[in-house]
Design a protein around this ligand. Structure first.
Ligand code: SAJ
Length: 431
């Protein structure tokens, strides 16, 4: 195995980079974690993980204690020392909804200053198609080395669900696309070392970049379809989740779940990379545009339900259950709750937010008051935005003001309605 005695540098020690570094280090490989955030680097070198991910704390602590993982802010030194260099930095979108490649470019520039002959560079960050061939390759060749000859370059997208990252990283299929066959073979050898899943080598790097974007865009489009079904079901005597669950018994139907919008740093972001590709090559992305518009509208729809079914009471209070973008995570990136909070600013409601996974400091940085779960339930209107496990035990007698808007299918509407609760839900309106 060519990996023996090879050093691996991981650029970006976030939700994917840190688990990747820890898993590689736990396979007896020497790993250098390179990150621009000194606090993050200090914490990791003390064996501390700065975000919640089951099993990761223990893994990081173990590999740091065994001297298999060491973090640094010296990105160029990491490149000089490493044989294999993996870039796993964020690729957000800018205010024009275009990919912001600044982190990828910055990491690659650091790498090019320390690149050595025989090195293998792998990009894992989600990027627009052709980034590897049109952006990364040129930056790395600023080292004076020739791609495909002096060093190797490949692309392999991460696929890991938060809260299950370690298992998925060591079991899911990996897609690999190389600048050339040798690059692809070297990258697939590395991944076969850490995952029991299959390694699928596709035609080239651009193909692998496209696979990732298609996976997440598939989800965004199908969530938009579920949301549009919900909007239709609100006009008739139907519970959208009952009919979706029933339709999904069809062996070839997999309708997703309606919700208050699409959050996270992947699913609502990645489709814009394909929309950008469409603009670049003058291809109309009608479905992708429409799906993004539907999902972006859903927080507004939650507000419409509030305005339609609220009472005219003075000093009306709204208690939002959940700041995180989805259940049982502490991540608020692109969260629909943030969109709803911004929409509520135009009204004179007293807005409170409860979230057992998100700190009060973070919640209150959005100019709302963080509140306990019991106190949130005392608000004139309670809005369930995030499907945290904590909220699944909510009962009718816990709602003194008898009005709730549920955006997630974790409560039984009939149970609440027979107790006289004004229970309004996305896709299931109570008349
Ligand atoms: N959502 C719905 N209805 C659904 C499914 C999701 O409204 O049927 C909402 C969720 O509430 C959330 C958003 O969509 O707000 C996205 O949730 P998600 O579970 O579909 O996906 P993420 O954001 O957790 O996606 C992660 C990503 N990986 C990482 O964040 C490290 C993504 O790249 C993966 O493809 C995805 O997990 C996965 O499913 O593996």
């Amino acid at each position: 195995m060519y990996l023996n005695d090879k050093k691996i540098a991981i650029y970006g020690l976030g939700h994917i980079g840190l688990p990747t570094a820890a898993i590689l280090a736990s396979n007896d490989l020497e790993v250098i974690g390179a990150d621009i955030n000194p606090d993050n680097v200090d914490k990791i070198n003390k064996g501390i993980c700065s975000f919640k991910e089951p099993g990761l704390d223990e893994l990081v602590k173990k590999v740091v204690e065994n001297d298999k993982l060491k973090a640094t802010t010296d990105l160029e030194e990491a490149a000089r020392l490493a044989d294999i260099l993996i870039v796993i930095v964020p690729t957000p979108i800018d205010d024009k909804k275009n990919a912001d490649l600044s982190y990828v470019i910055s990491a690659c520039k650091s790498i090019s200053h320390g690149l050595n002959k025989g090195n293998l560079v792998i990009i894992e960050s989600t990027v627009p198609p052709e980034t590897g061939t049109n952006v990364v390759k040129d930056i790395l060749e600023e080292s004076g080395l020739i791609c495909g000859k002096d060093f190797h370059l490949a692309y392999s997208p991460e696929r890991a669900l938060p809260n299950n990252t370690i298992y998925e990283m060591t079991h899911n299929t990996r897609i690999v696309g190389g600048y050339n066959q040798e690059s692809a073979d070297m990258a697939s050898q590395l991944y076969s070392y850490i995952t029991e899943g299959d390694i699928i080598i596709v035609k080239n790097m651009t193909s692998a970049e496209m696979v990732k974007l298609m996976e997440n865009t598939y989800r965004d489009v199908n969530i938009a379809l579920a949301n549009e079904f919900a909007l239709l079901c609100e006009k008739i005597d139907v519970d959208v989740n009952e009919v979706i669950n029933s339709a999904n018994y069809h062996p070839r139907v997999n309708i997703h779940t309606p919700g208050p919008g699409v959050g996270g740093h992947c699913i609502p972001v990645d489709p814009y990379f394909l929309i950008e590709l469409g603009r670049k090559y003058d291809v109309k992305t009608r479905l992708l545009d429409a799906s993004r518009a539907i999902n972006n509208y859903m927080p507004e729809h939650v507000l419409e339900l509030l305005l339609k079914y609220k009472t005219d009471k003075e000093d009306y209070s709204v208690g939002i259950l959940g700041m995180a973008y989805k259940g049982n995570v502490d991540d608020i990136r692109e969260s629909p709750s943030i969109d709803l909070i911004k929409l509520l600013e135009s009204y004179d409601f007293d807005v409170y937010v409860n979230d057992p996974h998100v700190s009060s400091e973070i919640i209150e940085s959005y100019d709302v008051e963080s509140i306990s779960y019991p106190d949130a339930l005392k608000c004139d209107c309670v809005i369930l935005m995030t499907d945290h496990d904590l909220y699944k035990d909510l009962k009718a007698d816990m709602l003194p003001n008898k009005f709730i808007i549920s955006t997630r299918p974790i409560l039984d509407a009939d149970e609440f309605r027979k107790e006289g609760i004004n229970f309004q839900a996305i896709g299931n309106i109570y008349r």
